[in-house]
Design a protein around this ligand. Structure first.
Ligand code: SF4
Length: 398
C-alpha cells in the first residue's frame, strides 16, 4: 500500500468513500486541525445539513457504589459506607422525581455504578415505576457493563435480561462502558468489567431485538492512536452488521481525583485534541448518523465549536450530572432549553429539539427573534430510512 496523504484522504471523503485503518491512523497523527475540521464539517453537513440537535432529558444516577473498580473513575466508590456513597431505592427516586418539574422532558437517561444488590428486579421495578408515572418519557438506560452484571447476577443470558427490561419499559440504551476496547489498554484502566467482546455482543443483541443504542470511546489517558483506530473500526463493523447505533460520543478523560491520572501523571486533554477526536470520529464512522459534542464534559463553549468540526448533537438539558462533576468538571449541572437553543444559534447552527431516536420534535429558526417553527413529522427519504434502520431485526422479532 502506498504512503497515505491528506490529499488522498480528502479525495476519498469527497467521493464518499470509506477510510481505511491506516488512513484513520494518519489523521490521529496529523496536527493540521483546520484541514481536519473542514473535512469533517463537509461530512457533517452532508449527513445532517445545518441542523444541531438537542434533547430535553433528565439524568438519573441511582447509585455511585460500584464493584467495577475502574481506575479512571472519580464517580464511584466500592464502599457502601463511604460518606460519598448513595443508593436510591425505587421509592426514593419516585419521590425525588415527583418534586421536580419534568414538563417537556422526553427522555430519562439512567446510568450508575454496578451495585451488587441492584439486580434485574430492581431495574424492572424502576422502569415500571417510571412508566407508571411518566408513560410519555422514553427510558434510555443501563450501559452494556450494567447489563452484563445484571445477567451475571441473574445467571442468565443477555437476551433474557434485555427482554425482561424491555417488557418493564426499557426503550433504548446509552453507549457508556466501551472505554477503549483494545486489551492493552482495557487491562490497565478497567480490568474488572465487561470486556470488548461482551460489550459488543450486548449491543448486537439489543440491535437484533430492535433496541437502538449509542456508542462511546474514552480518550485522553494512556491510549495510543492505534488503540483508537481499532476501537472505531470495531464499532463501524458492528454498525455495518446491525445498523443499530444512533450516535457516537467521544468522551474525554477527566483526570482530577483519579488513580489513573496519579499513576501515569495524565493531564487534561486540550481543546484542540478534543476537536480532533470529534472530527476523526465523523470521518471514520461513516455509517453512524450522529456525532455528539457532550457539553457536560467538553464545556458548552467548546461543544459549540465542535458543531463545526463534525458534531451535530449537543446532548441535552441533563439536570443533575454526577459522573463528570465527580471528576472535576466545572460545567453547569444543567442547561435550560432556552440556553441550549441560544448556544446552538450562536454557533451558527439551526437548533432542533429531538427525541431519543432523533425524530424531530421542534425546529427553531437560526435567528433569535424568529418564533419556533413547529413541525409534526420528520421527512426521511426512503434511502435514508434504509441506511439508518436496524438491518438484522427479523420479521416478528422482539
Ligand atoms: S466507570 Fe462505571 S464500572 Fe467503572 S468504576 Fe466507574 S461506575 Fe463503576
Amino acid at each position: 500500500m502506498g504512503k497515505v496523504s491528506f490529499e488522498q484522504i480528502e479525495e476519498k471523503v469527497r467521493a464518499g468513500e470509506r477510510l481505511t485503518g491506516e488512513e484513520a491512523l494518519f489523521l490521529f497523527e496529523t496536527n493540521d486541525l483546520p484541514r481536519l475540521g473542514r473535512l469533517a464539517n463537509l461530512v457533517r453537513e452532508r449527513i445532517n445539513g445545518n441542523l444541531a440537535y438537542f434533547v430535553h432529558n433528565h439524568h438519573i444516577n441511582p447509585t455511585n457504589v460500584c464493584v467495577g473498580g475502574c481506575n479512571f473513575c472519580a464517580f464511584a466508590t466500592m464502599d457502601p459506607n463511604d460518606p460519598r456513597a448513595w443508593m436510591w431505592s425505587v421509592e426514593q427516586i419516585e419521590e425525588k422525581l415527583s418534586r421536580e418539574d419534568l414538563t417537556g422532558v422526553t427522555e430519562f437517561h439512567i446510568v450508575g455504578g454496578i451495585h451488587p444488590d441492584f439486580n434485574l428486579d430492581y431495574y424492572a421495578d424502576l422502569f415500571r415505576m417510571l412508566k407508571r408515572n411518566w408513560p410519555h418519557i422514553t427510558i434510555k438506560a443501563l450501559t452494556a457493563v450494567e447489563i452484563e452484571y445484571v445477567a451475571l447476577l441473574s445467571k442468565t443470558d443477555y437476551a433474557t435480561v434485555l427482554r425482561e427490561l424491555r417488557a418493564a419499559g426499557l426503550d433504548s440504551m446509552p453507549g457508556g462502558g466501551a472505554e477503549i476496547f483494545h486489551p492493552e489498554v482495557r487491562q490497565v484502566i478497567c480490568p474488572g468489567k465487561a470486556d470488548a467482546e461482551q460489550w459488543l455482543e450486548i449491543h448486537r443483541t439489543a440491535h437484533e431485538m430492535g433496541i437502538r443504542t449509542n456508542c462511546t470511546m474514552l480518550y485522553g489517558h494512556i491510549e495510543k492512536p492505534h488503540h483508537k483506530v481499532d476501537h472505531l473500526l470495531r464499532l463501524r463493523q458492528l454498525q455495518d452488521e446491525t445498523g443499530g447505533f444512533m450516535t457516537f460520543i467521544p468522551l474525554v478523560f477527566h483526570p482530577e481525583g483519579t488513580e489513573l491520572a496519579r499513576k501515569y501523571n495524565i493531564k487534561m486533554s486540550t481543546g484542540a485534541n478534543d476537536l480532533k477526536h470529534i472530527a476523526i470520529s465523523r470521518l471514520v464512522l461513516d455509517n453512524i448518523p450522529h456525532i455528539k459534542s457532550y457539553w457536560v464534559q467538553l464545556t458548552p463553549g467548546l461543544a459549540q465549536v465542535a458543531l463545526s468540526f463534525g458534531a451535530d448533537d449537543f446532548d441535552g438539558t441533563v439536570v443533575e450530572e454526577h459522573i463528570y462533576h465527580a471528576a472535576g468538571a466545572k460545567t453547569p449541572q444543567a442547561l435550560t432549553v432556552a440556553e441550549l437553543i441560544d448556544l446552538i444559534r450562536a454557533a451558527g447552527r439551526q437548533p432542533v429539539r429531538r427525541d431519543t431516536f432523533f425524530n424531530i420534535l421542534e425546529v427553531y429558526a437560526v435567528e433569535r427573534e424568529a418564533p419556533p417553527v413547529p413541525i409534526e413529522v420528520r421527512e426521511v427519504s426512503p434511502q435514508e430510512a434504509r441506511r439508518w434502520q436496524p438491518r438484522r431485526v427479523a420479521a416478528g422479532a422482539e
